[in-house]
Design a protein around this ligand. Structure first.
Ligand code: LEU
Length: 392
C-alpha cells in the first residue's frame, strides 16, 4: 500500500512543472480548441486564425526575435476533452499560456485547472457571463454577449418598427446558450417587446417540430435563437420549411459561415450581432491587413472566430514582448512559473490594436472592446456558401 502511495506521489509530482523549468524556445503557446466533433464547425475557424497569426507574427520577428510555436490540442466538443487538452498543455507541453477552449461550457470545466497551475488562459470565443470570474488567471478577448447581443434586436426593430411578439429559443444543455438567452430576454423587455413563448432544445437535437409548432402557434413576428451551429442551422431551416415568415435573430452560435450548408438558402436574412466584421476594414488598418492576408491564405474572408483566435495569439505575443521590454530579460531566461505569472499581469496592461479594433483586458480578465456590428446572412445562388453582410 505504502509503495502504491509513493508511486502515486511520484506520478503526481512528475505531472507538475518542476520549479526549475525554463521557458522553451520557440516559445510554446497552447491552443485548445475543438478540432473534432460538431463544435469543430467553430474550432476549424479558430485554427485557421491562430495559424495565420503564428505565421505572420513569426515572420515579423516573433517576440523581439524569438519565435513562438503554437501547440495544438484538440478539445473536441465536451468538458472531458477540454480538461484533457488543458492537462497536456500545462504539464507535458509546458506552455506559457492557453488560448481556448471553444465553448464556455468547456471553459467552466477546464479553466480552473489552468488557474490552479497559475497559467494564463485567454478565451478566444467564450461569451457567457461569469468567465473571467473563474479565476485570477482567466481572461478573454471575446466580448460577452451582454455587450453584443442586444444590438441585433435593435436592428430587427429598425427593419420592422411595429415588431412586438418575440419567440425565444435556446439550447438548455449549453452554458453559453443558457446565458445568452437571459441577455436576450432582458433586452426584449427593456426594448418594450413581448416574449410570447420560450422554447428549449438540446445542441444534439435534429428535429425541431415541437418548437416550431409553438412559435407558429404563438404568432411571433421575431424569433431569437441561442444555440450552436448545427442545431441552430437546422432550427432555422425547419422554421422556414414549416412556414415561419417573420424575422430571425441568431446569437453568437450562428455567427459562422460553417452553418451555411446546414440551412442553405433558408439561412437568408438571419440577423447576427458580431464582435468582428471583415466589412469594417476602412477605419482599421490592422483589420484591412488581416482580412487580406486571410483571404490570400484560405481563399475566403475571415469569420469572427478566426479573427478572435488571431487576436488572441497577437495579444499573447505583444504581452510577452512587453515583459522583455520592462524587465530587460529575454523570455527564454525566465523560469516557467515566473513567466506565467508575469504574462498574466502583462496581458492586463495596455491596449492592443487587433482586427476587432482596439481592445484591452481589465484586471478582472474581462475584455474591453469598443466596436460591434450587426450583419445579415446573404446566401449565394449555390445555396451552400454565403456571407454576413454588414447592416450596422
Ligand atoms: N460563444 C460561445 C460560447 O461561449 C462559443 C462560440 C464558438 C459559439 O460557448
Amino acid at each position: 500500500m505504502k509503495r502504491i502511495v509513493i508511486a502515486l506521489a511520484l506520478v503526481l509530482c512528475a505531472a507538475q512543472p518542476a520549479l526549475a523549468d525554463k521557458v522553451a524556445t520557440p516559445i510554446p503557446i497552447g491552443i485548445a480548441v475543438a478540432q473534432t466533433s460538431n463544435v469543430a464547425l467553430f474550432g476549424q475557424e479558430q485554427v485557421n486564425g491562430a495559424k495565420l497569426a503564428e505565421e505572420r507574427l513569426n515572420a515579423a520577428g516573433g517576440v523581439n526575435g524569438t519565435k513562438i510555436a503554437l501547440v495544438f490540442q484538440d478539445t473536441a466538443g465536451d468538458e472531458a476533452g477540454a480538461v484533457n487538452a488543458f492537462q497536456n498543455l500545462l504539464n507535458r507541453d509546458k506552455v506559457v499560456a492557453i488560448i481556448g477552449p471553444t465553448l464556455s461550457q468547456q471553459a467552466f470545466a477546464a479553466n480552473p485547472i489552468a488557474d490552479r497551475a497559475k497559467t494564463p488562459v485567454v478565451g478566444p470565443s467564450n461569451t457567457a457571463k461569469g468567465i473571467p470570474e473563474i479565476g485570477e488567471f482567466v481572461g478573454r478577448i471575446s466580448a460577452p454577449m451582454t455587450q453584443v447581443a442586444p444590438n441585433s434586436l435593435k436592428q430587427a426593430m429598425k427593419i420592422k418598427p411595429d415588431l412586438k411578439r418575440v419567440a425565444v429559443l435556446y439550447a438548455q444543455n449549453d452554458a453559453f446558450s443558457s446565458s445568452e438567452t437571459t441577455t436576450f430576454q432582458d433586452a426584449i423587455k427593456e426594448l418594450g417587446l413581448e416574449t410570447v413563448t420560450v422554447q428549449k432544445f438540446q445542441t444534439t437535437d435534429t428535429d425541431f417540430t415541437t418548437q416550431v409548432t409553438a412559435v407558429l402557434g404563438a404568432n411571433a413576428d421575431l424569433v431569437v435563437i441561442s444555440g450552436l451551429a448545427a442545431d441552430s442551422g437546422n432550427l432555422v431551416k425547419q422554421l422556414r420549411q414549416l412556414g415561419y415568415k417573420g424575422l430571425i435573430v441568431g446569437g453568437n452560435g450562428l455567427n459562422s459561415p460553417n452553418m451555411f450548408p446546414v440551412c442553405g438558402a433558408l439561412c437568408n436574412d438571419v440577423l447576427v450581432a458580431q464582435a468582428y466584421s471583415p466589412g469594417a476594414v476602412d477605419k482599421n488598418p490592422v483589420n484591412k491587413d488581416f482580412a487580406a492576408a486571410f483571404e490570400a491564405a484560405y481563399k475566403k474572408g475571415p469569420a469572427q472566430f478566426s479573427a478572435q483566435a488571431y487576436a488572441a495569439v497577437q495579444v499573447v505575443v505583444e504581452a510577452l514582448a512587453k515583459i522583455e521590454k520592462e524587465t530587460g530579460k529575454k523570455i527564454a531566461d525566465f523560469e516557467l512559473a515566473d513567466l506565467r505569472a508575469a504574462l498574466n499581469k502583462s496581458l492586463r496592461t495596455g491596449t492592443y490594436l487587433t482586427p476587432m479594433g482596439e481592445i484591452s483586458m481589465a484586471p478582472s480578465g474581462e475584455v474591453q472592446q469598443k466596436d460591434f456590428y450587426v450583419s445579415k446572412i446573404v446566401m449565394n445562388p449555390d445555396g451552400k456558401t454565403g456571407a454576413f453582410v454588414l447592416v450596422s
